[in-house]
Design a protein around this ligand. Structure first.
Ligand code: PMV
Length: 367
């Protein structure tokens, strides 16, 4: 959104109980963490054990329309043109219930959501999905939340979704409680002309979800060490972003991703007794991790980061994109994969009837 808006008050509610409003459409990008959220102190509220820093990925978008309709007996959810599975409907309904409570609306809703990117290519679709849903559903229910409160709401749908609400480079403050755990923009999209090359090798579905990874993190003997240095890592990444120091960012971001994967690999997933640890990476991932280190030694300013999956995200400045793409193409020759290029993207936004971006309201966030 890129602006703060006035925080919701009950008097902002346009709709009375169950009064239908209009269909509202919103969109959001997924985001990529430079410092990762890994492990929670509250599973229900999605409160993280550490702060995190991310960038919105312009190369992928979720667009979601919501309308509350008195005629519906239950929420309806269409995902990429198909009725969503029961788990997804349950998560969406739980999120709509949060909005209904805030807006004092009882009607069920019709939710139509579409991703312009395939599932399982390394974009955190739950982040863009819950960011777009939060914005569309609140507006359709007749309330306008400020950026901070919208981020708090999105976080309850999916933790990292709170980071897809503000613009550009974003920090999620872990906070002390529900209302103080939200994301805010560190710098706008245009601050640094970075490129993010996402390489998704074709692999079998991962064995352990990120949800189970979060839950298992504390079982790793290395988790306490990770948390002990996280403030330092956050400080270094923040400073590298502010000064646009690529070399410093590269080393901090790579080391941070390796730290998460060291924790995952030494975590115990209680309900999977045959699993020694969580390995999210695949041979093609390791191949590119090693290649990136060699390319950097040879003078190419590039870095990698990894989320809870086999995809690898390569960071570089815009001027190095051609060289990075060429190096990836050569390295991945004969290995089935998909490749997407993003630049820093805007935060969640509303769309008008013609599908064009609508300027966010210029409002000040009350405390
Ligand atoms: O928001 P979740 O529950 O999907 O967790 C995201 C976890 C990572 O992608 C690995 C890290 C992050 O900060 O995005």
């Amino acid at each position: 959104m890129g602006v703060s808006g006035s925080c919701c008050r009950v008097s902002d509610v346009q709709a009375g109980r169950g009064e239908p409003v209009i269909e509202v459409t919103a969109a959001a990008h997924p985001n990529l963490a430079f410092v990762k959220y890994w492990g929670r102190r509250d599973d229900l509220l999605n409160l993280p054990l550490n702060g995190s820093i991310s960038v919105n990925l312009s190369g992928a978008t979720t667009t979601t329309s919501v309308d509350f309709d008195d005629g519906l007996a239950a929420d309806e959810v269409l995902l990429n043109g198909e009725p969503a599975d029961s788990t997804t409907v349950g998560r969406v309904t739980a999120h709509l219930d949060r909005v209904r409570t805030m807006a004092q609306v009882v009607s069920r809703a019709r939710v139509v959501s579409r991703n312009d990117f395939p599932a399982d290519v390394g974009f955190a679709s739950s982040a863009s999905a819950f960011a777009a849903l939060s914005l569309a559903a609140t507006r359709a229910a007749g309330i306008t939340l400020c950026e901070r409160d919208l981020s708090v709401l999105a976080r309850k749908g999916s933790g990292s979704a709170c980071r897809s609400i503000p613009d550009g480079f974003v920090e999620w403050l872990p906070g002390r409680d529900d209302v103080s755990s939200y994301a805010r923009s560190l710098a706008p999209c245009g601050h640094w002309d970075l490129r993010i090359v996402t390489v998704a090798p074709e692999t079998a579905p991962k064995l352990v979800s990120s949800l189970d990874g979060h839950r298992a993190a504390h079982t790793s003997p290395f988790y306490a060490a990770r948390l002990a240095e996280i403030e330092h890592v956050l400080g270094r990444v923040r400073a590298s972003l502010v000064t646009r120091d690529f070399q410093s960012l590269a080393l901090a971001v790579e080391r941070e991703a390796l730290s998460l994967h060291a924790v995952a690999a030494t975590s115990v997933v209680a309900h999977v007794p045959w699993l020694s640890g969580i390995l999210y990476i695949e041979p093609a991932t390791v191949r590119l991790m090693l290649a990136v280190q060699h390319w950097r030694r040879d003078g190419l300013a590039v870095a990698f980061t990894l989320d809870a999956g086999p995809s690898i995200h390569l960071l570089c400045e815009a001027g190095s994109l051609g060289d990075v793409r060429a190096a990836v193409t050569q390295e991945m020759d004969g290995i089935p994969h998909q490749l997407y290029v993003s630049h820093p993207g805007r935060g969640a936004w509303l769309k008008n009837e013609t599908g064009e971006a609508e300027a966010p309201p210029d409002q000040t966030c009350s405390q």
